[in-house]
Design a protein around this ligand. Structure first.
Ligand code: DC
Length: 228
């Protein structure tokens, strides 16, 4: 364990793998802090869209990432997010922001600008970090690394239900296509591509419900920490 700071559990995986819900529940159950690293890329995306920046203006995007003025409040159930004075919790999950975030996340200078900000979340009693490169790049010394997967169909359906529940008008076929394109971009980019760390434990959630995955993750963490 990194005793200077605090233990970390990383949960990486593609969109719709259930990672967001699972990491939130695990953090609540452990009573630990929670980092939704995707929200940082989404915040940069919102800032960029507000400024009318192009997805290929790397310098300007990196500046937005460096100067990002944001705040998170995790109440054990939900993370509320502010950009400057404005609450953007809802906008953060919209499809235009998702698409821009995926472009922003492929810019090396943006990723570099967000590294330390993410590591600063590691404070006692511990951290559950949700993302794509938590176990490979941001917290390579994490005590426990999990990698969640699920079939593209299952993930598109989950996302469809989520967005519908929020009252967004979406088409399943379009979501499936966007998801496949985003996966492709996230896993083929040169910097911090989406892939499991060598020492990650893989969990396929296609046939599991959320409670089963949370329980599985909790047992792994508990065993690991009681050994150290
Ligand atoms: O997990 P999410 O859908 O909120 O992430 C938004 C985008 O940011 C998505 O395209 C993947 C990317 N991302 C990333 O590249 N690295 C992370 N650690 C987290 C998210």
């Amino acid at each position: 364990m990194n005793r200077v700071s605090a233990p970390v559990v990383t949960i990486d995986g593609p969109v719709g793998s259930g990672k967001g819900t699972i990491s939130t529940r695990l953090a609540a159950r452990l009573g630990w802090r929670f980092l939704d690293s995707g929200a940082l890329y989404r915040l940069v995306a919102i800032a960029a869209l507000r400024q009318g920046l192009a997805g290929d203006d790397h310098d300007a995007l990196a500046r937005e990432a460096r100067d990002l003025d944001c705040r998170f409040e995790f109440d054990g159930q939900e993370t509320r997010v502010w950009l400057g004075e404005e609450e953007v919790t809802r906008e953060l999950r919209s499809e235009p922001v998702s698409l821009m975030a995926s472009r922003v996340a492929a810019v090396p200078a943006v990723r570099a600008a967000l590294v330390q900000r993410q590591r600063d979340f590691r404070r006692p009693p511990g951290l559950v970090a949700d993302g794509r490169d938590m176990g490979t790049v941001i917290f390579p010394d994490a005590e426990v690394k999990l990698f969640l997967t699920a079939s593209t169909e299952a993930r598109a359906e989950r996302r469809y239900k989520q967005l519908k529940a929020k009252g967004e008008r979406v088409k399943l076929s379009r979501l499936f296509r966007d998801l496949a394109a985003r996966d492709e971009r996230d896993s083929s980019r040169e910097v911090a591509p989406l892939r499991p760390a060598e020492d990650a434990i893989l969990i396929d959630s296609t046939e599991l419900d959320i409670d089963e995955v949370v329980q599985k993750a909790y047992v792994v963490v508990h065993e690991k920490l009681s050994k150290d």
